[in-house]
Design a protein around this ligand. Structure first.
Ligand SMILES: NC(=O)c1ccc[n+]([C@@H]2O[C@H](COP(=O)([O-])OP(=O)(O)OC[C@H]3O[C@@H](n4cnc5c(N)ncnc54)[C@H](OP(=O)(O)O)[C@@H]3O)[C@@H](O)[C@H]2O)c1
Length: 245
């Protein structure tokens, strides 16, 4: 029987590449997004994952049509380019609804099926779930929360044979920047040439190896460690790059 992967946010960017690669690797892929993806996919569910009833619809569909889940990839997400002073409470809550609460709820609702398959949960957080930067504070908080969720869930579900992988992309060339809310313009970064396909390959390798976490590109790993040693330097780069002094 084919293994089943459920992937959120398949209509563009990273999710589209993840869906394509896992499908080519033998998974039956169930994709979720609000707009229709322009790719070959086994099942597509049109759903806004911030709406609780639509999340229930996803679970029902997968239970009835596929009968199993071996892999859940919580990929859908959105950013925000704004100073804290510019970020409304409404916008902050809506970031958390999508990036954190929807992800947690889908994970918990898929857990019974994942227990049966001894499956894998892959959460797409961000390098910004490990380091803070200015003008993306709300987004950083939502992704720190995803990292904490992944790392605290992993030991709890190990006894069921479930692994939780935390994927932390740096800046990758997708529609992410255009879809960010907020007025600020992001500075250019040296790693901007990173490609969605590369991320999908790193994710697939992490799945096969049963890893805990992966940065993409890898260079963000040492960068995160370095930024812990010299936090004032990171603050200085932030102020300069975002022109906020
Ligand atoms: N690209 C980067 O530089 C980067 C860096 C670090 C982390 N990430 C993370 O990687 C993930 C994917 O981002 P991306 O770069 O591929 O961005 P993207 O091109 O903007 O894709 C976002 C995907 O999420 C879906 N989505 C958004 N809101 C949704 C909702 N309410 N319900 C269902 N689906 C929804 C979108 O589909 P619809 O609009 O059709 O619903 C789209 O397929 C995100 O979690 C992001 O935070 C990206």
């Amino acid at each position: 029987m084919d293994k089943v992967a459920v992937i959120t946010g398949v209509s563009s960017g990273l999710g589209m590449q993840e869906a394509d690669l896992f499908r080519k690797s033998g998974f039956k892929v169930v994709g979720v997004s609000r707009s229709k993806p322009n790719l070959g996919i086994d099942h597509w569910i049109q759903a806004d994952i911030t709406v609780p009833e639509e999340r229930d619809k996803i679970i029902d569909y997968v239970e009835n049509e596929c009968g199993r889940v071996d892999l859940l990839i919580n990929n859908a997400g959105r950013g925000s380019y704004a100073l804290w002073e510019e970020l409304s409470e409404e916008e902050l809550r809506s970031l958390f609804e999508l990036n954190f609460f929807a992800l947690v709820d889908l994970t918990m609702k898929f857990l019974p099926m994942l227990k049966e398959s001894k499956g894998t949960i892959i959460n797409v957080s961000s390098v910004l779930g490990k380091i803070h930067i200015a003008c993306m504070g709300g987004y950083c908080c939502s992704k720190y929360a995803v990292v904490a969720f992944s790392d605290s869930l992993r030991p709890e579900v190990k006894k069921y044979g479930i692994n939780v992988i935390n994927i932390m992309p740096g800046r990758i060339d997708t529609g992410f920047s255009q879809n960010c809310v907020g007025q600020r313009k992001p500075p250019s970064t040296p790693m901007v040439n990173a490609k969605p396909r590369g991320l999908a390959k790193v994710m697939y390798k992490a799945y096969c190896r049963g890893s805990r976490q992966k940065f993409y590109p890898w260079v963000y790993g040492p960068f995160v460690s370095l930024s812990r040693i010299i936090p004032n330097f990171l603050d200085k780069i932030n102020r300069k790059a975002w022109k906020i002094d």
